[in-house]
Design a protein. Sequence first.
Length: 293
Amino acid sequence: MGLARLALAGVLTTLATSALAFSLGPYKDPLFAYPGILDQSADGSLVVVDYQIERDLRGRDQVPERRVKSDYVSHKPSWSERDTSVTVNGQRLAHIRVGKPSAETRVITLYLHGKGGNRHQGANDNTFGGNFNRIKNLMIRNDGVYISPDFNGFEQQGLNEIAGLIATYKAEAPNASVFVACGSMGSLLCYRLAQSPDTASLVDGLLFLGGATDETLLTSAAVKRRVPIFFGHGSEDRVYDWTRQHALFLKVKKLPGAYPVRFALFQSGSHGTPIRMLDWRRTLNWMLANPPG
């Protein structure tokens, strides 16, 4: 082979390697994938997911809303699960962590609970249809770390605590992509994190699950950096109306340059349905394939 052909082969190999972005390998996909898509937009950014309470809650749980059937759970992550704490602004911040951060860590996922919750909600293997157990497994099986923290409120103090927590773990795992999922009122913290330039520079994806609506997102540091955003909502949510969240999704979508944003509406789902039904692997792999600019 001539020098020109060798050079061309090298270029093609480099391009092929760069195109193969890191993605999470499968874990119980047939059990956790969306059970059906009722409708979707032409570009796939909006999907209406078929949610049926008899099948997806009562048929999935051994004890409805308290214990999922054993098929949905693997305790592989338990050997690396720690109820621990770090010092943030001179105070100890308790959190449950699966996996150990290092230079080899590829991804970090945090879950921020809503009103009345605590660090144990996002670490419970059996509630929400086993979906927290799935994200633990996806992290531990893919060189990742999962974190479910306590924090003091949804305003400035909570922001300072979570921002400090993210900075601490990013320092220990500098090569990891960081995703923050916020349930219900925890979404208020996601909006605050988005507005903070320092924290937005460390975050690679935001997930709003049955969350509130705050249009400051549109001009936030995270949006300026083009951080991928996912909204999930139940159509029968009585806490936060899905139409307001959908309207925010449309405004983000209209931002210049085909902004990376997705919306999943769980037909007939209630306030907690997005936490139960979110396809973690599908969503995080989409974010990994669309890193911030």
